[in-house]
Design a protein around this ligand. Structure first.
Ligand SMILES: [Fe+2]
Length: 389
């Protein structure tokens, strides 16, 4: 086996299991908190998921303030508002409770608190000068992996593009990963976030910056998500929720320390333009882009298919890989992901601009097959046309 040198380090300590959400207070205390800001969206607060965190902080006698200006595809302006509030309140530890939007917003707030300026100043690869404000991340969806990833994806509200603070210094210090929080998640959110997690795993494994450590995480995540997502959507129980929470966190480690690729480049272009939910946007392109990428690495795409349960015996590698694409397509359909044509704001006239936005995405060079605006335009059109059949 020949191999380029690589390094692999996880800056986030993981506490996994039913009930770990109640450790928020003791973990904040261990981080020396004098005042905490809970970063959570109104839906998560309304669902009662912030309550155990508040009770735990009360028990540890740590005062807190709540910042709830969180939107899907989080925006620069909200990060700046959050940082302003945190500064005014003298906050020294952040606790994010929610999906990727809340956790990514908290990472950006922590960046602004420790570095000043605006979000755009710190977007790019490893630009941070010091660790951000200590962050405890508590995921309430099984998708984003943001609790373990070293980056924060924020929408630039002026340019309508996604920005990325990409730096291990922006990672959460502690992740409290409690599968029981998924039991009451609305099924359409479980579906879209679960497909996001699957996309992380597939892209991490097949992208051209994967390494043996991320490969191991990615293949296990594909297996876990494939085996648990349907049940977690249709009739969630603690077993399927545990499988999904493990799958999304493990996929988060995989893509956080490898990368995503063209599916995310297209999904982020779409999300930046129309605010399409991130998981839905990924699902629109995952099977098609995976098929497009097969020739770049047939063996790896065959391994993806095998991890998805395809039996390889007696078949050529390409056929196995193509069966994997069909499994992905069926998974997206089975969990009720909408079609492109069901999203009324998507206008094919925007595809050339979306293709250019996708090309500019920092993850485009990580795609296993060479891809640029021309290929992206072809894939946007093909994804739209295939659905019209
Ligand atoms: Fe994602």
């Amino acid at each position: 086996m020949t191999l380029a040198t690589y390094s692999f380090e996880l800056p986030t300590r993981i506490e996994f299991g039913v009930g770990v959400i109640e450790k928020a207070g003791s973990e904040a205390k261990a981080l020396g908190a004098s005042k905490v800001m809970i970063v959570a969206d109104k839906g998560v607060i309304g669902a009662g998921l912030v309550k155990p965190v508040e009770e735990s902080l009360n028990a540890a006698q740590i005062p807190f303030v709540v910042f709830d200006q969180i939107v899907p595809n989080p925006r620069d302006v909200h990060c700046e508002a959050g940082a302003k509030l945190a500064k005014a309140e003298g906050v020294d530890v952040l606790v994010a409770v929610g999906g990727g939007s809340s956790i990514d917003t908290a990472k950006a707030i922590g960046t602004l608190l420790t570095h000043g300026g605006i979000v755009q100043d710190w977007c790019g690869f490893q630009l941070l000068e010091r660790p951000i404000t200590p962050l405890i991340a508590i995921p309430t969806t099984a998708g984003t992996g943001s609790e373990v990833t070293p980056f924060s994806v924020i929408t630039d509200t002026k340019e309508h593009v996604k920005l990325n603070i990409f730096d291990p210094k922006a990672a959460a210090r502690v992740a409290l990963i409690d599968p029981s929080v998924l039991l009451n998640l609305p099924s359409h959110i479980m579906a879209s976030t679960g497909v996001d997690a699957m996309t992380h795993a597939v892209e991490a494994y097949t992208c051209n910056v994967a390494n043996p450590h991320t490969d191991a995480y990615a293949l296990y995540a594909i297996d876990l998500i494939n085996k648990n997502l349907r049940k977690a959507v249709s009739a969630p129980d603690i077993e399927s929720c545990t499988g999904m929470m493990l799958g999304s966190t493990i996929a988060g480690i995989a893509f956080g320390y490898a990368d995503v690729a063209a599916v995310h480049c297209m999904a982020e272009a779409l999300g930046g333009k129309y605010d399409t939910p991130h998981g839905v946007a990924n699902a629109l392109f995952l099977p098609l882009v995976t098929e497009f990428n097969i020739p770049a690495d047939i063996k790896k795409h065959m391994n993806v298919a095998v991890a998805l349960g395809v039996k390889p015996e007696g078949k050529v590698a390409e056929a196995v890989a193509m069966e994997g694409v069909e499994v992905l397509k069926k998974l997206c359909a089975d969990v009720g992901i909408p079609k492109m044509k069901d999203i009324p704001e998507i206008d094919p006239a925007d595809f050339p601009a979306l293709a250019e936005a996708a090309e500019k995405n920092v993850s485009t060079p990580s795609n296993p097959r060479d891809i640029g605006a021309k290929e992206y335009l072809y894939l946007f059109k093909k994804a739209y046309e295939e659905e019209e059949k």
